[in-house]
Design a protein around this ligand. Structure first.
Ligand SMILES: [Zn+2]
Length: 181
């Protein structure tokens, strides 16, 4: 499996919609579709299994060197937000919501499993598409649990402000695998 086509991050276009939905601040704007529909129980269980493994990995200080390997677009290392919040990466990862990405157009690409807007603490899980019951991520989790855990950590880095291209999705995942194996 080639992991470099397994990830996608997009910026700004969907940020406002996602943020509105995430914080529930919907009074002030036009009606928007609900973009944070909960996952099916099957997909939620797959995410939970991957999260448990990912949390174990981020407890390792070597893995958490990722937070200073990468920077956000303001040039700050990714550990800054956690420091501000007084949270460990493990505690933070456990609280990131994973929601159904059906409303995200980029999810229509069959190579994309998860979508995160840089700097927003919510991860969208792309549905598999017509005729499939479960997400592509659930399939990865079943076939390659370690890869699913690396994917979760990759997305966590985006929630902490890491953009993409550059660094490429492939480069991010390679570094996650190197630090967190
Ligand atoms: Zn990415």
């Amino acid at each position: 499996m080639s992991p470099h086509r397994k990830f996608a991050a997009i910026s700004s276009v969907f940020a406002a919609v996602t943020l509105l939905a995430y914080v529930g601040a919907v009074d002030a704007g036009p009606k928007r579709p609900t973009v944070n529909r909960p996952l099916t129980s099957f997909d939620a269980a797959a995410v939970e299994r991957a999260k448990v493994g990912a949390v174990q990995r981020v407890r390792n200080p070597e893995c958490m060197k990722l937070l200073t390997d990468f920077r956000d677009k303001e040039g700050r290392t990714l550990d800054r937000r956690l420091e501000t919040w007084g949270m460990s990466a493990a505690d933070y990862l456990q609280m990131i919501p994973f929601v159904d990405g059906f409303a995200r157009p980029i999810c229509q690409r069959s190579s994309v499993e998860l979508v995160t807007t840089a700097g927003l603490a919510v991860v969208c899980v792309c549905p598999a598409g017509a005729g499939a019951l479960n997400s592509r991520f659930a399939k990865v989790q079943a076939e390659n649990p370690s890869l699913a855990e690396f994917m979760i950590i990759h997305e966590m880095l985006h929630t902490l402000g890491l953009g993409e291209n550059p660094p490429s999705s492939f480069a991010i995942t390679e570094q996650v695998m190197r630090r967190c194996r």
